[in-house]
Design a protein around this ligand. Structure first.
Ligand code: ZN
Ligand code: ZN
Length: 154
């Protein structure tokens, strides 16, 4: 983690109209450093490396980010909760790929055109506050490691 990342995190919070604090910037900077959702434990471990922050604060910041739709909370098929940054609002929510072998999860780039039509379709039913799309399968790393075919879908 370097100061440039923390600066970017501060700008992100500021642009979103959220009051900037050190702990908020630390959590956002940690989420920014990866393109896969982190479990709250991973996030906490990385934040602790940055300095003074405790578990309760990390959870509180995550709650705020999710509430403001700046971060997404994803419940993985293994039931762990994971977090990654969304951009502002519904338009920028994105889908994820989940590996059934190693439980890794990756953020997929969003498809704005597809989301635009989906957005209009769904909004006919109500106001959207969160959205989840998940592909499940076997990641390339796991495919490489194993010559054997992946275990069958459950
Ligand atoms: Zn895998
Ligand atoms: Zn993501």
């Amino acid at each position: 983690m370097n100061s440039a990342q923390l600066t970017r995190a501060r700008e992100f919070l500021h642009a979103a109209g959220v009051r900037v604090t050190d702990s908020r910037a630390q959590v956002v900077a940690t989420l920014m450093s990866d393109f896969h959702p982190l479990t709250s434990q991973e996030l906490l471990a990385r934040c602790l490396d940055l300095g003074e922050i405790n578990r309760v604060t990390v959870y509180r910041v995550l709650e705020l980010l999710v509430k403001r739709q700046l971060a997404e909370k994803i419940i993985a098929p293994d039931r762990s909760d994971r977090y990654c940054l969304s951009r502002l609002g519904w338009q920028n929510h994105h889908a994820h790929f989940y590996c059934q072998h190693c439980q890794s999860m990756h953020c997929l780039p969003s498809d704005p055109l597809k989301q635009e039509s989906q957005s209009r379709m769904v909004q006919a039913y109500g106001t959207v506050t969160s959205w989840q799309g998940m592909f499940e399968g076997v990641c390339r790393e796991c495919e490489k490691k194993s010559e054997k075919p992946p275990f069958g879908a459950e």
